[in-house]
Every structure is written in structure tokens, then in C-alpha cells.
Design a protein around this ligand. Sequence first.
Ligand SMILES: [Zn+2]
Ligand SMILES: [Zn+2]
Length: 280
Amino acid sequence: MVLLGTKGGPAIRPGSSMPTSNLLCLEGEQIVVDCGLGVSRGLVDQGMQLRDLSLIFITHLHSDHYLELGPLLHTAWTAGLKTRVDVYGPAGVDAYWQAFLASMRADIDLRIEDEGRPDLRDLVAIHVMDAGHVMVRNGVAVSALRTEHPPLVDTFALSFKTDGVHVVFSGDTAPLPALEDFARGADLLIHEAMLKSALPALTARVGNGSEKLMQHLLRSHTSAHDVAQTATRAGATRLALSHLIPSDDPSYGPQDWHDAVAGHYDGALIVGHDGLRIDL
Ligand SMILES: [Zn+2]
Ligand SMILES: [Zn+2]
């Protein structure tokens, strides 16, 4: 498991980490979970050949989770992709892909004609997913749970289960009691996290002066303290914090995340950073 991008939110600034993307390797499958900005670079930095791309999941349609989906698929194609890629995501991901293809039509048609490439449009299968069982491949069973992430409705946590390993991604969510059952006994729970004490400084720095950003953060995301309680109630063996808010405030570092969780979760805590590998 590699946390490729661990920043919550789409903006990047000098010195900041990258928005959300992950690589999960299970049973020989290389599974990409979310495609925020930087996912292509993150994957090749881990040694993955993009032509081997075959399975992608998008948890929801906020740009920090899918802005680079089209560019990743296109770059994989120019890197020699010849086999099908299955993309699972919420309703609307199909329209995004069609619009991306339309925006790049001149280049795609040119490369087919000029370089003899197969048609990218035939290589990608988009699957609109809903809560419940999503798919099984090579002994990896995938299911989805609708999360609480207003104003979006089609937002999902994802569970990946083999005979031996259970990995759960919270996706973006406010505290969600249903996640406790969904992640029951997970070997690894990767959960979004927010440091409540840092929010006033954050909204003053990047907000537009209204209370709207603060209201969005509080009703749509989960504080590290609440994440710890979810992980404890779920009985998760290990907890990795990702989609960190804040991620680029030098006043806050790993110790602050450990402090926020201390006393509420006594499993192994991993504070995410870009490129962090977690053995399963
Ligand atoms: Zn997000
Ligand atoms: Zn979101």
C-alpha cells in the first residue's frame, strides 16, 4: 500500500504535499484509488509501469480526487497501454471521461494515425458504482459504503478484501457510524483526518473571508479525535491518517496528529505523507 498524495483539498503551494491518490497492491493487482493531481508522477516514482494500469477507483467527484484521472489514462496510453482499464466511480465519472476524450480528440486522433496506437476510447471501461458489492477480481472483493460528505451525495468509502487482508478507505466523510461495521476488524483503515485546532488559522489563510469554508470543513470532514474513535469501535488493527487538513501549515507536524489520537485509539497509528509505503 502506498499513500501517493496525502493532502486534503485541491490547491497546491510551494512546499505542499499533493492531493489524494493511492496505490494498493493485492493479489498481483495494482489498484489505484483516487486520482488527484500528481497521481501519474506518484505511480512512476513507485516504479509502476503505467502501461500496466488496469483498475482504478474514484471515491467521489471532488477535484482533489479525480482531476488527473483523464491525464493518467492518456499518459498510460502514450506509455504503451494496450489492455483494458476498468474505472469505477460515482455517477458523473462517465460524463467526465467523455468530456476529457472530447477535449483531447485532436491529439488522440493524431497519435492513432501518426504513431499507430490503438484507440484510447476502446481501452477504457467506465463503471458507475453504487453502495454495496462493487466487483471481484483475482480474489479481491471490493465493496462501497455511501459516506456523509455534503453537498455531494455519491461519495463512497471503499473496502478491499482478500482471504488474508482487509484494507478500507474512508473516502471523504463526516463522522460516520456505519463505517465502524464497514471497517470491522480491518487490517488497515486509511481515514481522512482534520486537526480541529488548526482550522481557524487555515480558513483565515486560504478562505475568502466568509464562514463558508469553515462550515464545509466541519460538516463534511472528520477530526482526528473522531477518526480515532471510529478506528477503535471498528477494531481496526492499524490506522493511517491521510487527506490531512491542514497539510501545509508549518505550525503543525506529525506529533500534533499523534496527540489528537492519543488516548482514543491504541492500535498502530501511521501519519501519512506522500510516497509512504505501508506493508500489508
Ligand atoms: Zn477531498
Ligand atoms: Zn471531498
